[in-house]
Design a protein. Structure first.
Length: 461
């Protein structure tokens, strides 16, 4: 029994090793952001103060993980660390087979190749950039079947990542089940604001899919964060452990793609996991072509060990409470100040509603891209555009996709920044909010063919 009534949580760790931060002047930032084509992806890390670009590969590892790095078995074949990882994946996620990959998109490439025949459809609960591109490169067409609330920044729904079963069923009726390669289920849903999907919905999707012989491919990248939301929001799960919830979530799928760079507290790594013998056989053959032998998949032995150890740490309730609690802290402070953000607050990031910041900017003046640049100019904080630039173009018509959401993501690396960094961030966002009226937007002057948001360049209007 916890006899001390605690008023607040705190991080369940202390800091052993520090990395100095560099602050710059506004004059310096005017130059660096112009040279970066007003794209925060093109900034040099040394010119960034607080880096909220992504929670991907930017996490702080524990002493236990670093100790594991020294135990890397760097054999080309049959590394001990592979077997450790395989054991942990089976124990925590429940899948029978494991194929390591260098990161999440490596797994997406394999599964898309294996399961999609040209002309097939791939429904999912909102797109993710790399996931959809791999589906398209394999000849598939992505179909969004997430609930409508997910496309509305202000709609309050505890499980905004849920699939609209009517949309999924309508697609099956319209094209026929045999034209559907599989359904991808993201948990949490990154592009909707880090929103969770409920267990009830996962179960129903799996039932409907199985009835129609359609496989469910789970994007487990932030599934532990999703499990935390299920524990605190869904009836019947209050007393279950994160581990139990995660296992049940994964049981409603046939395979999973994983970017270990998020939940699993590592700087690099991912995997594909599955239950099906045939899919495993194919994946084991193909991983050799794209990633490396099936017992390392593009990773060093030490990286697999760090990821195996990360699974155990990431699945702790205290860890997830501090991680999601930090994001919630920033979100609640911004809400108090009247700054428009996606509600409810998601798991890995705060999403600023750029359309509300800049109602004067039409979408082709790139409001979210503009807002990310303004934030950097104000304080050296780096965020990421998640709007029309990220959405890209339709592969059929070549036109821009015009997403309803025009967002800037402040993404929190795990175990990296303190509450004081959070306060500085809130103050800077508020400053940019106060100065919103005079902002004029951007013009795109260079557009790459694939995943354009990474390398596109802009000029101030
Ligand atoms: N799925 C989701 C939900 C992701 O968020 C990501 C990456 C991937 C797959 C691909 O994994 O990067 O290891 O190849 N998201 C990063 C982000 C890039 O910043 O949100 P990857």
């Amino acid at each position: 029994m916890d006899t001390i009534k605690r008023r607040s949580w705190a991080e369940p760790f202390k800091i052993k090793s520090v990395e100095p931060l560099r602050m710059t002047t506004r004059e310096e930032r005017e130059i660096t952001i112009r040279e970066a084509g007003y794209n925060t992806f093109l900034l040099k890390s040394k010119d960034v103060y607080i880096d909220l670009l992504t929670d991907s590969g930017t996490n702080a590892m524990s002493d236990y993980q670093w100790a594991g790095m020294m135990l890397g078995d760097e054999a080309y074949a049959g590394s001990e660390n592979y077997y450790n990882l395989e054991r942990m994946v089976k124990e925590y996620y429940g899948y029978k087979y494991l194929v390591p990959t260098h990161q999440g998109r490596g797994a997406e490439n394999l599964i898309s190749h294996i399961l999609i025949k040209p002309g097939q459809y791939v429904p999912g609960n909102m797109y993710f950039t790399t996931t959809r591109l791999h589906q398209e490169l394999s000849g598939g067409t992505f179909v969004d079947v997430i609930i409508d609330e997910a496309h509305d920044a202000q709609a309050e729904h505890p499980f905004k990542g849920n699939v609209d079963l009517n949309k999924f069923e309508a697609l099956i009726k319209r094209v026929g089940a045999e034209k559907i390669a599989y359904i991808t289920i993201g948990a949490t849903v990154n592009m909707a604001g880090g929103q969770p999907i409920s267990m009830e919905n996962l179960r129903s999707v799996y039932q409907l899919a199985s009835k129609n012989n359609i496989k469910v491919v789970f994007d487990a990248t932030r599934a532990m964060e999703n499990a935390f939301f299920i524990k605190i929001r869904e009836r019947g799960y209050e007393k279950k452990t994160i581990k139990e919830i995660l296992l049940e979530m994964c049981s409603y799928s046939d395979a999973a793609t994983m970017s270990g760079k998020k939940d699993l507290l590592v700087n690099i790594g991912g995997f594909l996991a599955m239950n099906d013998d045939d899919v495993f056989e194919e994946a084991r053959n193909m991983v050799v072509v794209y990633e490396g032998l099936h017992t390392y998949g593009g990773l060093a032995g030490r990286d697999m060990e760090a990821m195996a150890r990360g699974i155990e740490e990431a699945c702790q309730f205290n860890h997830l409470q501090a991680r999601i609690g930090q994001v919630e802290y920033v979100g609640n402070r911004l809400i108090e100040l009247g700054v428009p953000i996606v509600r409810p607050i998601g798991g890995h990031a705060i999403f600023l509603d750029a359309k509300k910041f800049y109602p004067q900017l039409e979408q082709l003046k790139f409001p979210a891209q503009t807002l990310a640049a303004e934030l950097y100019l104000d304080s050296g904080i780096r965020a990421m555009e998640r709007g029309i630039v990220s959405a890209g173009r339709s592969k059929e018509t070549g036109d821009h996709y015009f997403p309803k959401l025009e967002l800037v993501r402040l993404t929190f690396p795990r175990r990296v920044y303190t509450q004081a960094h959070c306060d500085v961030t809130v103050e800077s966002v508020y400053e940019v909010w106060k100065n919103r009226a005079t902002v004029k937007g951007l013009k795109m002057i260079y557009e790459p063919k694939y995943l354009r948001f990474f390398q596109a360049r802009f000029e101030k209007l």
